[in-house]
Write a protein that binds this ligand. Structure first.
Ligand code: TRP
Length: 329
């Protein structure tokens, strides 16, 4: 058997997982485990770079993500699932890489200033926050990963990871392959207010929502604002509900609701009921698996421990080479 290429990705533990995370990342991760040697982890240290003042949220988020990883179909027999903070080697590599990382590289990562602007209520003029992409680099290259499935927003982080890997290889020894972003085009998932689904906008449908809550959220979802009465004609292009149909409904259903919207032949509630049926088809197996896992927390912990052991072995192996290359011991 030829060795499969390694894929690695992480999910920051800064909230519960929602439908947007599932469509945009997790579903793809599930597919990749069939073809690659996949390492998937929960980035709990990264969550502290912006959430250091509220650590209690971290535990809840970590548990939710771990359960959802499994409920969504990540299979511990096919991929390695672990928690970042359990592999101290990431921190060691982060420190050693910090010796060779020019400040300017970190300062010019666009997310650095953007996030500081966006999260004005938090003090993000910290050492840890500046180092975010460097910690991410350590996460990736410590496993000598070849591919990193991420959204386009993460491309600058991947770019710096490649630069740092190259710098290390030039200064000391060829140790790290340059990781590549594995970009797959995913439809943008709108939240119930029409903006991008995000935990910080309060517009998300969470994988942990009960069917009742999920249904209620979709029923109160924004539609074409110009269509106020049942008899008004609408424009499906202006309705976030239709954008969700594009993701979850069949072509025929999409045509049917679009036509019905334009001619006022169908009401918004009726249109949403079709969407609910289709979203539930995706969520129901996840809900089912979630309740099994929640009833069996030991199993979930075992998965994480097994994954952590495996990841630690790989990380430690890399660190032996790194320490040696940098003149330690
Ligand atoms: N920064 C990533 C995000 O916000 C999370 C992350 C941390 C990550 N370390 C990583 C992703 C390593 C890929 C590889 O989505």
């Amino acid at each position: 058997m030829t060795r499969r290429d390694r894929v690695l990705s992480g999910m920051q533990a800064s909230g519960k997982l929602h439908l947007g995370n599932f469509i945009g990342a997790l579903q793809n991760w599930v597919r990749l485990q069939e073809k690659y040697d996949c390492f998937y982890f929960i980035a709990d240290w990264h969550a502290l770079t912006t959430g250091y003042a509220n650590p209690s949220a971290l535990k809840e988020s970590t548990e939710d993500i771990l359960i959802n990883f499994l409920a969504a179909g990540l299979d511990p027999d096919k991929c390695t699932i672990f928690l970042q903070s359990k592999i101290l080697q990431h921190a060691e590599l982060h420190l050693l890489l910090s010796m060779i990382t020019p400040l300017g590289w970190l300062e010019r990562v666009p997310t650095y200033k953007e996030q500081q602007q966006e999260l004005k209520d938090r003090d993000l003029s910290t050492y840890g926050f500046l180092g975010y992409p460097l910690l991410q680099t350590a996460d990736i290259i410590i496993y000598r990963a070849k591919y990193v499935p991420v959204g386009v927003d993460q491309v600058p982080h991947l770019e710096i990871s490649r630069e740092i890997a190259r710098r290390f290889n030039n200064l000391y020894k060829e140790v790290f392959p340059e990781p590549e972003a594995l970009l797959t085009e995913f439809p943008k998932v709108p939240g119930i207010d029409g903006r991008k689904m995000s935990k910080s906008y309060g517009n998300a449908i969470y994988l942990s929502d009960s069917p009742k809550v999920a249904e209620q959220k979709i029923l109160t979802m924004m539609t074409d604002p110009a269509r106020k009465r049942r008899t008004d004609k609408g424009s499906p292009e202006l309705s976030p509900v239709f954008q969700l149909h594009r993701i979850f409904s069949t072509k025929e259903e999409q045509n049917e609701v679009a036509e019905g919207c334009r001619t006022a032949g169908i009401g918004c509630i009726e249109c949403k009921k079709i969407l609910i049926k289709n979203i539930f088809r995706v969520l129901e197996p996840i809900w089912q698996k979630r309740s099994e896992l929640i009833a069996n927390p030991k199993l979930v912990i075992e998965v994480a421990e097994k994954g952590t052991d495996k990841a630690k072995k790989v990380a430690e192996e890399t660190m032996r080479v790194v320490r040696d290359a940098m003149g330690l011991r």
